[in-house]
Write a protein that binds this ligand. Structure first.
Ligand code: UFG
Length: 331
C-alpha cells in the first residue's frame, strides 16, 4: 500500500514511517517541520513540506502522487499539538491546529478520493476514569483542551466517514516512550513534561533531578500507575491498522498500551537498575488520576497485535538514544 504520513518528521510519525518501510510499504511524508525534524524523515520516502491547515498543501501532494499512477491508499494523521499544560494555557492554538487541521485534511482527502484514514488519538479522552482499566466503550470525559480536541477529532472523523464512505482507524495511545532500535530516531524535543523523558534528562545531567509528583495516591507504593508502551510496538500497530481497514473496508477504534501498569516508583527503580537518576519527592501535580491502564483486547483481537517490548527495553532504548543525541549536540 502507499501511505501518506502527515507529521512524519515527528516522534510517532517517524517511527511509524520506519515500520511501514520495514513492512514493504511505500511512504510519502508531509510535514511543516514546526516541531518535527527533517533528519527524522526516512530517506526512502518522498518528502513534501506543507501545513495541514492549508488545504492546497495537502491536495498538491495527493494530486502529485495520483499523477504517478499510484495514488495514496491510506492517510495517517500525526500532525497534532500534544502538551497538556500548554493546551490549558493556549486552548485556541490547540483547536486551530488539532481540530481545524484535521477538518482541512479530511476535506482534501474526500475531494481527492482518499478513503482510508488512520488517526492518532489519546487516553486523554478518558479524563479521570472511574475504573483503573480503560476500555474503548467506556465514558469519555476529557479534563483538558488537549483531550477535548482529540475527542472532537474522533467524532469529526466518524461523522465524515458516515457521510462520505471513509474507513477509519482511530488509535488511543497510552504512555508512549522509547526509541527505534537503530537509534536513528527517537524523541528529540526540548520542552518535555512526560515522566520517561524527564528521567533521562535527570540521568544525563540535562536537569538537576527528577521530581516524583506525589506519593500519597491510592496505589500500593503511593505513586501513580500508568501504562507504558514502546514506540515501535505502537508504530507496528499503525501498520496493522492501515492494512486492516484497507483489506476489510471496515473502521475500528482501539486502545494502544501494554495492558499492564507500572507506578512512577517502579519506572524509576527499573531506570535505576540501568543508570543513576537523582530524584526527590514533591507535591502532587494537579489532574493526575491514581491509575490508568489500557484494556487492549480489541487491538489484540482485530489486529492480531501484541506489544513485545518491556519496560526495561523502553528505558534502555530511550536512554541510549538520548545519550547519543546529547553527545552529538556537544559536538
Ligand atoms: N511524573 C512525575 N514526575 C515528572 C513527570 C511525571 O512524577 O517529572 C508522574 C506524573 O505525575 C504521572 C506519571 O508520572 O503520575 C505519568 O506522567 P506523564 O506526564 O508522563 O504522563 P500522563 O499519564 O500524565 O499523560 C500522558 C500524556 C497525555 C496522554 C497520557 C496517556 O501527557 O497526553 O499520557 O495516558 F493522554
Amino acid at each position: 500500500m502507499k501511505v501518506l504520513v502527515v507529521g512524519g518528521a515527528g516522534y510517532i510519525g517517524s517511527h511509524t514511517t520506519y515500520e511501514l518501510i520495514r513492512a514493504g510499504h511505500e511512504v510519502v511524508v508531509l510535514d511543516n517541520l514546526s516541531t518535527g525534524r527533517q533528519h527524522n524523515v526516512h530517506p526512502q520516502t518522498s518528502f513534501y513540506w506543507g501545513d495541514i491547515r492549508h488545504k492546497s498543501d495537502i491536495t498538491r501532494v495527493l494530486e502529485a502522487e495520483h499523477s504517478t499512477g499510484k495514488p495514496i491508499d491510506v492517510a495517517m494523521h500525526f500532525a497534532a499539538k500534544l502538551i497538556v499544560p500548554q493546551s490549558v494555557s493556549q486552548p485556541l492554538a490547540y483547536y486551530e491546529n488539532n481540530v481545524e487541521g484535521l477538518r482541512t485534511m479530511l476535506e482534501a482527502l474526500v475531494e481527492c478520493n482518499v478513503r482510508n484514514v488512520v488517526f492518532s488519538s489519546t487516553a486523554a479522552v478518558y479524563g479521570e476514569p472511574d475504573a483503573p482499566e480503560c476500555s474503548e466503550d467506556g465514558p469519555t470525559k476529557p479534563i483538558n483542551p488537549y483531550g477535548e480536541t482529540k475527542l472532537a477529532c474522533e467524532k469529526m472523523i466518524q461523522w465524515v466517514a458516515a457521510a462520505h464512505g471513509l474507513n477509519y482507524c482511530i488509535l488511543r495511545y497510552f504512555n508512549v516512550a522509547g526509541a527505534d532500535e537503530s537509534l536513528e530516531i527517537g524523541l528529540d524535543k526540548d520542552y518535555l513534561t512526560w515522566l520517561i523523558p524527564l528521567i533521562m534528562q535527570a540521568a544525563l545531567g540535562i536537569r538537576d533531578k527528577l521530581f516524583i509528583y506525589g506519593n500519597d495516591y491510592n496505589t500500593p507504593d503511593g505513586t501513580c500507575i500508568r501504562d507504558y508502551i514502546h514506540v515501535t510496538d505502537l508504530a507496528q500497530a499503525h501498520v496493522l491498522g492501515a492494512e486492516y481497514i484497507l483489506k476489510n473496508q471496515q473502521s475500528l477504534l482501539c486502545n494502544l498500551g501494554s495492558g499492564s501498569g507500572y507506578s512512577v516508583k517502579e519506572v524509576l527503580d527499573a531506570a535505576l537498575e540501568l543508570f543513576p537518576v537523582p530524584f526527590e519527592y514533591a507535591a502532587r501535580r494537579p489532574g493526575d488520576p491514581d491509575i490508568l491502564i489500557a484494556n487492549i483486547d480489541r487491538a489484540r483481537k482485530l489486529l492480531g497485535w501484541e506489544p513485545t517490548r518491556n519496560l526495561r527495553t523502553i528505558l534502555k532504548s530511550d536512554y541510549d538514544f538520548r545519550r547519543k543525541l546529547a553527545e552529538s549536540r556537544r559536538g
